[in-house]
Write a protein that binds this ligand. Sequence first.
Ligand SMILES: Cc1cc2nc3c(=O)[nH]c(=O)nc-3n(C[C@H](O)[C@H](O)[C@H](O)COP(=O)(O)O)c2cc1C
Length: 210
Amino acid sequence: MKTLLQLNASLFSGGGESSRLAATYVAQWRAANPGARVIARDLASHPVPHLTAETFLALLAKPEERSPAQREAVALSDALIAELEAADVIVLGLPMYNYGVPSTLKAYFDHVARAGRTFRYTDKGPQGQLAGKKAVVLATRGGMHAGTPRDTETAYVREFLGFIGIRDVEFIFAEGLALGENAKASSLASAHRAIEAAAAERDEEAAIAA
Ligand SMILES: Cc1cc2nc3c(=O)[nH]c(=O)nc-3n(C[C@H](O)[C@H](O)[C@H](O)COP(=O)(O)O)c2cc1C
């Protein structure tokens, strides 16, 4: 069964602009994939804790060497990775907060970057283990940053996903959301058009593959 994982990183949970764009993408994907499974993970209402030394060492330790608290921490990492492994498509709602990705997303990334699980060290360098997946990122910002050095998010998220093996990553931006009602409306309309175009492209690919 096809599976989509929706990750919302907005501090406003489902009410954030990025979450709402992600939800629009997911609704279109669901319509094109009836009966498919959608897993939703909201990083604001269910934040992943900061990575601590205790957790990091737990991830490296043998199962029988872990304390009860460490076993709990590893169980969370295992559950997050299982969701990624199950997903064919990952849809990420990605706001910009204070010139970077939400700290909740960084904490999530810190729990899914696991040597031996999501990447392996080889003699050719690290090799991502989550191959054959697509990620779609709905990136929202108050200002205009894409294509400038202020956009600290795009290269970072693309690099991180690539590191764990997710190389097919598409970004859809809604920028200038704090630049007045007109700018906001036009930016969101353009993001919706990009979502529709992505859906049309997906349907075309599916028709060719069938
Ligand atoms: C705490 C906070 C920090 C923000 N920092 C930035 C920023 O550094 N640059 C920017 O362009 N917009 C910034 N914004 C605006 C958000 O990127 C914008 O409101 C976006 O819609 C947030 O996505 P969301 O609605 O999904 O949470 C910030 C908003 C908040 C609430």
